[in-house]
Design a protein around this ligand. Structure first.
Ligand SMILES: [Fe+2]
Ligand SMILES: [Fe+2]
Length: 187
């Protein structure tokens, strides 16, 4: 297909991920049941880790190449990804029935909103200004492919979660297991 006008570019893909994360957080905060909170949090962790890895693999090189302050922006984003990862690790170990669980969700939301604001108001518009649209559409495809290297944890309302449970499994170590799958550090 030569006409790319209707196809999503990498900014569309990553921005819609951001919306999904914030929506999951709202669902977690509104959920009255510990089990549902746990399921939603595992879905959030699984989506957020793949988003971060895909950005690192395909967006950072483009930022480094095309943005005047690319190195600086990558440094800031890397620090934020680390912070998100630390918070997700607290979340994987936390009991969804404890008040602490929602406090960790709040912490995650704060870092995430900062991440979203920086990318959507600063880096993403710069990418769109400086990189030809065809290339941004191609990057969208690469990001989607990279994200599929680990099994998705379907939304809790989806019919079954067996693939996710078999291949990565929830609980302590989930963040690392997902990252390993996505970066090919383990089979
Ligand atoms: Fe992002
Ligand atoms: Fe990021």
């Amino acid at each position: 297909m030569t006409d790319t006008a209707a196809e999503p570019d990498v900014v569309d893909v990553l921005s819609s991920d951001h919306q999904e994360f914030l929506q999951l957080i709202e669902e977690i905060k509104l959920s009255g049941e510990a089990e549902a909170r746990r399921d939603l949090a595992d879905t959030l962790i699984s989506e957020l880790v793949r988003h971060a890895v895909a950005e690192e693999m395909y967006v950072y090189p483009a930022m480094r190449k095309h943005l005047p302050d690319g190195d600086e922006a990558i440094k800031h984003d890397t620090a934020e990804h680390k912070e998100l990862e630390q918070t997700m690790k607290k979340l994987e170990a936390a009991d969804a029935a404890d008040a602490e669980f929602l406090a960790i969700i709040g912490e995650l939301e704060t870092t995430l909103r900062d991440h979203v604001r920086d990318e959507e108001s600063d880096q993403f518009p710069q990418l769109r200004t400086r990189i030809p649209r065809e290339e941004l559409v191609e990057m969208a495809g690469k990001v989607e492919t990279a994200k599929q290297l680990a099994p998705t944890r379907p939304h809790p309302l989806a019919p079954n979660n067996q693939v996710f449970h078999k291949l990565v499994g929830p609980g302590v170590g989930l963040v690392d297991r997902l990252r390993d799958k996505l970066t090919g550090r383990s089979a």
